[in-house]
Design a protein around this ligand. Sequence first.
Ligand SMILES: Cc1cc2nc3c(=O)[nH]c(=O)nc-3n(C[C@H](O)[C@H](O)[C@H](O)COP(=O)(O)OP(=O)(O)OC[C@H]3O[C@@H](n4cnc5c(N)ncnc54)[C@H](O)[C@@H]3O)c2cc1C
Length: 297
Amino acid sequence: MQALRLAYAASAGRETLRAVGVIGCGPLGLTSALLAQQAGLSVCIYAKALPPGVPSMGATGIWSPDSRFCDVQHGPAWASRWNEMADASFSQFQRVAQLPGSSIEWVNGYRLSDVPFSSEEKPARTKDAWEPEYAEFARKFLPPQVELPPGSHPFPAPYARGWTSLMFNITSYASSLMTDFLDAGGQIKIQEFTHPDELLVLPEDTLINATGYGAKLLFNDHTIIPVRGQTVRLVPQPEVRYGLRAQDFLVMPRRDGVLIQNMDDAGSFDNSNDEPDYADAIAVVEQVAAYVSRMRC
Ligand SMILES: Cc1cc2nc3c(=O)[nH]c(=O)nc-3n(C[C@H](O)[C@H](O)[C@H](O)COP(=O)(O)OP(=O)(O)OC[C@H]3O[C@@H](n4cnc5c(N)ncnc54)[C@H](O)[C@@H]3O)c2cc1C
């Protein structure tokens, strides 16, 4: 959004801005860079790593702007900005979802629970996080969720709820962003910054910070907290056509590989260790296999 505003300002002739530097080449850096290019600016991306070697490539890929946005004391002040960002993002993505060759598609899935959804407790890890009011969010952007009565579905849990959302095949998405950026004359320089002062010598007057979790170290910003644990990618299985969210795992049927996320978040909150854990990966895959083997045919 910052890039968008900057771009509007530049194209309206209110600024003499012509060149922008973007620090970081994950999906957010590339998106900011493309928006600035679309407004006629010349853009150089500076990053220590490029896709697919950036942290985002391990993400799940659901369009989920309502997920653990910021801490509770700052949330309300962000509400209108959040709405604006979610609106812009949804209107952009739903226009290209499902087009031939697009990395963004609509996906159906089921959320499963052992207890009625109305009596589910909010997980402890999200209690101090501000999230947009979910019902309002869902009503605004996504098709309504549908409750399936116990016994009417094949899942082992008694309570099931069908949902529909947008899903990103992240590696192909990042690759197409990068192609668009380079085709439009964008430049990329591989560079690691170890102190904010190093940014001051860059030739561009205006910089966009898109360093993701890297901002914690670079700007000594300890308000940035890692919240997710291990994800596992299985080889693509076109016959898997819907997502499944049970208490301890999430399965997403991405075309670039079935994604399994361990949702047993114990130890994930504020854990900066991003080394893949092979034993954890095998355990969650076995858990999913055992669960689906109990489904009724
Ligand atoms: C397991 C997991 C699941 C997730 N699931 C979802 C999901 O379903 N939906 C969702 O919306 N979000 C999800 N997220 C969050 C989402 O992936 C991130 O918020 C988002 O991808 C961050 O993108 P980015 O482009 O800002 O950062 P990154 O992909 O981290 O890119 C950062 C860029 O900055 C560069 N950089 C960093 N530090 C420096 C430095 N000092 N000097 C030079 N360059 C630097 C890096 O090299 C890289 O190019 C998930 C995250 C994880 C870990």
